[in-house]
Design a protein around this ligand. Structure first.
Ligand code: DX5
Ligand code: ZN
Length: 217
């Protein structure tokens, strides 16, 4: 899909004002809200769970892109479906049957994606290409916002776009971590079309300007 989508990551927002921050992101031109769920096990950090997703869902009618950085996405899947997720992305490195999890997400009427960490080869995600609505190629090691973009992950984006187009598939390619006005052009050039941006949007002096700058690249 050629459409460029900007998904601010709530992880970079002011957690004391989640509702207002969600509204601010939507008013500033966010296409999606990227919601980083962390269990302190799959990644060395804990962020938030289904109740926060539910609160965001009550706040605004915006597409909720839920990134599950948890060891057992299969065990908690129904909670995120109930909380109002529109897209759920799961790590191929986590401890679950990826195909089964993707099928369950689709059975609930949601969009489904797989995520690969920087150290994970594209071959680990390729078996699911026919089934996914999105591939998320992590451009940082997951767990924290504010990290630096890892350009060495770009060949995976380029290769994924090539395979997708060769097979006539149509999944989004999302990048996540250290995306800003400087690094976004590299990711777009490589073939990404959905940009997650936490610090560079929520922490910008002007969030709307930051988002429109990412859209204009
Ligand atoms: C990291 C998360 C990213 C992160 C992005 O584990 O998956 O979504 O919040 O934050 P920035 O854009 O600040 O790197
Ligand atoms: Zn994320």
């Amino acid at each position: 899909p050629a459409d460029r989508l900007i998904a601010p990551s709530l992880l970079a927002a002011d957690f004391a004002r989640v509702g207002e921050e969600t509204k601010r992101a939507v008013a500033s031109g966010a296409d999606w809200m990227h919601l980083d769920v962390m269990d302190g096990h799959f990644v060395p950090n804990i962020s938030f769970g289904p109740s926060t997703i539910d609160a965001v869902n009550q706040t605004d009618d915006v597409f909720l892109d839920v990134h599950l950085m948890i060891s057992r996405p299969d065990v908690y899947l129904d909670d995120y479906i109930k909380a109002g997720a529109d897209m759920i992305t799961v790590h191929v490195e986590a401890d679950h049957d990826v195909n089964e999890t993707l099928d369950r997400i689709h059975a609930a009427g949601l969009k489904a994606g797989v995520v690969i960490n920087p150290a994970t080869p594209l071959s680990a995600a390729e078996p699911y290409f026919d089934k996914i609505d999105m591939l998320l190629v992590m451009t940082v090691v997951p767990g924290f916002g504010g990290q630096s973009f890892m350009p060495e992950t770009m060949p995976k984006v380029t290769e994924a776009a090539k395979i997708r187009d060769q097979r006539g598939l149509n999944f989004h390619i999302q990048v996540d971590g250290g995306i800003d006005a400087k690094t976004a052009p590299i990711a777009i050039e490589a073939g990404a079309n959905v940009l997650v941006a936490g610090s560079s949007t929520f922490r910008a002096p002007d969030m709307a300007a930051a988002i429109s700058q990412l859209k204009a690249i």
